[in-house]
Design a protein around this ligand. Structure first.
Ligand code: IMP
Length: 210
């Protein structure tokens, strides 16, 4: 597997169908929209009844790889998986691959609580750098994988601002901007987001020329 920018001995997607290794309908919709211009048919691992593997790696690419490889093997089709999260320099990159876990409560995910935890742990440092990461891994049934990493760099702020977006968006101001991801329009966020960055690399390297 190579990351974005690596020399291009890439395998391209040829078939019309791609499995998206997610059980989350929101992600399925988002990726189906990104892939729409290529006319690919996207089906979710959830709708095929594929099991959800444990995410046991310590990197975004590693965890996306686990999900993509498992879905490709089980379905016999190429599969795409993502893994994403929020990292804070003063916390040595935490919460990182544990971003979703930091929001877990017995009654579901609570991102106001998760953001408050980040602020409490990082408030004493003058280093405010933070970034979102998104890994996308495309796997084939024969075990071949292609991986891409997109990042959006900026600073964390407190208190959080904005009601657009989701997750940790309200506490992140990307470099070169005054608004948080939570204050930006979805289109403005998507133009610079970690997910869009990873998808640009993937589409250039592995999707058929349009
Ligand atoms: P995943 O579903 O395992 O990839 O978990 C990703 C975690 O990172 C979730 O807690 C998300 O809320 C958070 N996250 C990922 N991308 C974004 C983003 O664009 N904005 C805000 N939070 C994000």
């Amino acid at each position: 597997m190579g990351e974005g920018g690596a020399p291009s001995r890439r395998r391209r997607l040829e078939g019309p169908t791609l499995v998206l290794a997610t059980h989350n309908e929101g992600k399925l919709r988002e990726v189906a929209e990104l892939l729409a211009p290529w006319g690919l048919e996207v089906v979710s691992a959830g709708s095929l009844g594929l099991p959800e593997p444990a995410e046991t790696e310590t990197s975004f690419l590693g965890n996306a790889g686990i999900k993509a490889v498992a879905a490709a093997r089980a379905s016999g089709l190429p599969a795409l998986a993502d893994d994403s999260g929020f990292s804070v320099a003063a916390l040595d990159g935490a919460p990182g691959v544990y971003t979703a876990d930091w929001a877990e409560t017995p009654s579901g995910r609570d991102y106001a609580m998760a953001m408050a935890k980040v602020e409490k742990l990082a408030r004493h440092s003058s280093d405010k750098r933070a970034w979102f990461s998104c890994a996308l891994v495309l796997a084939w049934p024969d075990g071949h994988v292609e991986g891409f990493l997109g990042e959006a760099h900026g600073e964390w702020i407190w208190p959080p601002r904005g009601t657009n977006g989701f997750g940790y968006d309200p506490m992140f101001v990307p470099h070169g901007h005054a608004e948080t991801f939570g204050e930006m329009t979805p289109a403005a966020k998507h133009a610079i987001s970690h997910r869009a960055g990873a998808f640009r690399l993937l589409s250039k390297a592995c999707l058929p020329a349009r």
